[in-house]
Design a protein around this ligand. Structure first.
Ligand code: UDP
Length: 492
């Protein structure tokens, strides 16, 4: 319930786990840093319910439901989040999200009725370009929050807006916004942008939405000035609106999961106990994020490679491609014979089903590397703990993140890309040994990852000389009322 006279910041996350979590953390951060503003997060009913289940009552975030009915958009009933959706369903969900415009207008109208004025600003998802026109019509400043890094965001928007790969037969090409020497390869593009021609359902969503987002008053980015100076410089040059680097936004706990909170409590205890029995930097953590899985043959090869490397691991397993990701994981069918039992016997590997308490795992000193799909939240979480990475990007902007991690940061290597490529156990074994080995390249990557960790820690320091992300957020919060008053001046 809103109190009369409050200065509300209205936040609009897209309906995906990788968006909701950073939005929620941004909301908490704003509340910690400001005594002036209150925060309302608005989203579809089941996503609001999810947020409610993860925040403690002590956090004074207000929640507002935006009416949404998935069955009205050719989606199964009660489908409001990308979790466990097929690509076709995801693009349908994306396109259907523009229908939130009317409920959003109603919400703002209600706030005006109650408070006598609209929210002081809107912080909207990069995918919700349509919200810029809504904000303008109410004379409310609007900012977009990109839940990707600066490099990944620039690659993502420029590829969608320019489709540069379409104007060349070559396999590698330059991408507007990046220096000429920074070439991209077709195999790094996600399958939808690769196949896009401007008339497909993905382009039809992303092109107008991203173009509109470029017309907002500025962007907030979950990254750190000192960590992503290259990406930020080129992003700012390209979009020509202010970008505030306010990261890293880390979840307080990743052990809770959609409707499965009880299971993950057990997971957390299991994992920590198990990790306690391993020495420093000796465990590889493996996860492909909240919405990806690999193929059956890839899974087998990965398992063999792991076993041959002899390194201990925690693997967040999901049914392979072509199966319901929420279904039970059938280890006897999808993994080498007696794999799980063998790993158990020699305390060599722990399989976690469905959902792992990721940040708790990454922050344990036993973890020495992370085999990851390079989702931005996973990268931020890994680097914030100084854990080097083995990349296996799958979708979205993940291959651009992986490219940056290898070329710009030197904190990891890429094992393979996508769900179709053949992957051999020998390569898996070699790469694990290289990254987790003493001395050599692995040592170098660990050192670099430790430096990134220090930079991230310094960026959020809020005493004596404040860190860059703290100053950046303060600057952003200070600017909101000035934009409002400029708008008011224009009106009078
Ligand atoms: N996550 C988790 N346990 C899991 C899988 C994912 O806690 O088993 C969390 C992870 O810590 C991160 C988010 O879910 O905060 C995934 O976001 P990311 O951007 O890495 O990838 P996405 O899921 O969006 O592809």
């Amino acid at each position: 319930e809103a109190n009369s006279g409050d200065s509300h910041i209205l936040m609009l996350p897209f309906m995906a786990h990788g968006h909701l979590i950073p939005f929620l953390e941004l909301a908490k951060l704003i509340l910690r840093r400001s005594s002036v503003f209150t925060v309302i997060i608005a989203c579809t009913p089941s996503n609001i319910q999810y947020i409610r289940s993860t925040v403690s009552a002590a956090v004074k975030i207000q929640l507002a439901e935006l009416h949404y009915s998935s069955s009205g958009h050719n989606l199964p009933a009660n489908t409001e989040n990308t979790e466990n959706l097929s690509p076709e369903q995801i693009v349908t969900l994306l396109n259907s999200s523009t229908a939130l415009e009317l409920p959003l207008r109603r919400l703002i109208t209600d706030i005006i009725k109650k408070e006598g004025r609209p929210p002081v600003c809107i912080i909207s998802d990069l995918f919700f370009g349509w919200s810029v026109a809504v904000a303008r019509s109410f004379n409310v400043p609007i900012f977009n929050f990109t839940t990707c890094g600066a490099y990944g965001t620039l690659a993502y928007i420029s590829l969608w807006l320019n489709l540069p790969h379409r104007s060349t037969p070559a396999d590698d090409f330059s991408v507007p916004g990046f220096p000429e020497g920074c070439r991209f390869h077709r195999s790094q593009l996600n399958q939808f942008v690769l196949a896009a021609d401007g008339t497909d359902s993905w382009s039809k969503f992303f092109q107008p939405q991203l173009s509109s987002a470029l017309c907002s008053d500025g962007w907030l980015c979950n990254t750190v000035e000192e960590v992503e100076s290259f990406g930020l410089r080129h992003l700012r040059d390209y979009i020509k609106i202010p970008v505030w680097a306010i990261g890293p936004l880390l979840p307080e706990s990743t052990s809770r999961r959609w409707g499965k909170e009880k299971d993950s409590g057990v997971h957390l205890e299991n994992c920590i106990n198990w990790l306690n029995s391993h020495s420093k930097n000796s465990v590889l953590y493996i996860s492909f994020g909240s919405q990806n899985t690999i193929s059956e043959t890839q899974m087998l090869e990965l398992a063999h490679g792991l076993e041959e490397s002899g390194k201990a691991f925690i693997w967040m397993v999901r049914p392979p491609l072509g199966h319901d990701m929420k279904a039970e994981f059938r280890a006897d069918e999808w993994l080498p014979e007696r794999f799980e039992e063998r790993m158990k016997e020699r305390n060599g590997g722990l399989l976690i089903r469905n959902w792992a308490p990721q940040l708790d795992i990454l922050s344990h000193e036993a973890v020495g590397a992370f085999l990851s799909h390079c989702g931005w939240n996973s990268m931020v979480e890994s680097l914030s703990q100084g854990v080097p990475m083995i990349g296996w990007p799958m979708a979205a902007e993940q291959a651009y993140n992986s490219k940056m991690m290898v070329e710009e940061m030197g904190v990891g290597v890429e094992l393979t890309r996508g769900r179709e490529r053949e992957i051999q156990r020998g390569k898996v074994k070699k790469m694990i040994e290289m990254v987790m080995g003493e001395g050599g390249k692995g040592e170098e990557m660990r050192k670099k990852a430790a430096i990134v960790k220090d930079k991230m820690t310094a960026a959020v320091k809020d005493y004596n000389e404040k860190g860059s992300s703290v100053r950046s957020l303060e600057e952003f919060l200070a600017i909101i009322p000035t934009i409002t008053s400029q708008e008011m001046k224009l009106k009078t």
